[in-house]
Design a protein around this ligand. Structure first.
Ligand code: BTN
Length: 240
């Protein structure tokens, strides 16, 4: 697979989108730092040196696989990180990688669809690897962590990235039941009371993962809502 490495870029997502017009086949863009890194809902993504900031572009995925891709990428990242740390790595639907109760990374999947096919799937992978507590922004300190902070040592970013990428491809060959089963083994929301904020609406209840990768929230009054990740603004855990 083609690898494009840069020291600095605005965002590996936007660079991958620009390059998708000139590169054929799947490719990966890797940056040491990003000055306009972004997460879901266009939120700013802090991307200093020492992090894993990459976008894997996969071509011609079937529409059925589309909703599974954020999960596949999340599981691949969680299973990989798990090899480096004793604490259980969790996945907070739809896209957060969690260690303890802190965020260590996130996945951002953006798709370009043409004639019933996913022409380009841009899978953004962001993981805080060799970032010290001092480097984490003040406002992130209580909410974020890094692999180095958790393990007291530095790690090989490249090795971790390619393990994640290989896992993504192998998980793409698995049936969705298997993917869901794997997700459940890392599910941070399981059994918890959560508050989900959608555009103009807030839902409180307990959740379950569906076979297509969507999430159902069952409210205290017993109503059920099926949610797709693109509509979710925030998911908060409530003390119950
Ligand atoms: C999220 O938690 O909202 C997802 C964050 C995804 C961040 C990664 S870092 C590499 C790629 N480039 C970006 O600008 N964003 C993704």
């Amino acid at each position: 697979m083609k690898e494009i490495r840069v020291d600095v870029t605005d965002s590996t997502q936007t660079l991958a989108k620009r390059l998708s017009h000139i590169i054929e086949g799947d490719f990966i863009v890797i940056a040491k730092t990003q000055y306009k890194g972004y997460g879901r809902y266009g939120r700013k993504w802090f991307s200093p040196e020492g992090g894993l900031w990459a976008t894997l572009t996969i071509r011609n995925i079937s529409i059925e696989k589309l909703t599974m891709m954020p999960m596949i990428a999340g599981i691949a990242a969680a299973e990989t990180l798990q090899k480096y740390i004793n604490i259980h790595v969790k996945l907070k639907w739809p896209n957060d990688l969690i260690i303890g109760d802190k965020k260590i990374g996130g996945i951002l999947c953006e798709a370009e669809i043409e004639e019933e096919k996913v022409k380009n799937m841009f899978i953004g992978i962001g993981v805080n690897i060799n970032i010290s507590e001092r480097e984490l922004l003040k406002e992130l300190k209580d909410k974020a962590t890094s692999l180095m902070i958790e393990t007291n040592k530095t790690h090989n970013i490249n090795e971790i990235l390619f393990e994640i990428v290989n896992k993504i491809y192998s998980l793409m060959n698995e049936k969705s039941e298997k993917i869901i089963e794997k997700w459940k083994a890392h599910d941070y929301l399981a059994g918890r009371k959560v508050k989900i904020s959608l555009e103009g609406q807030t839902l409180i209840g307990r959740t379950k993962i569906n076979s297509d990768g969507s999430l159902t929230i069952i409210t205290e009054s017993g109503e059920e809502y099926r949610l797709y990740s693109n509509r979710i603004e925030r998911v908060d855990i409530l003390n119950s």
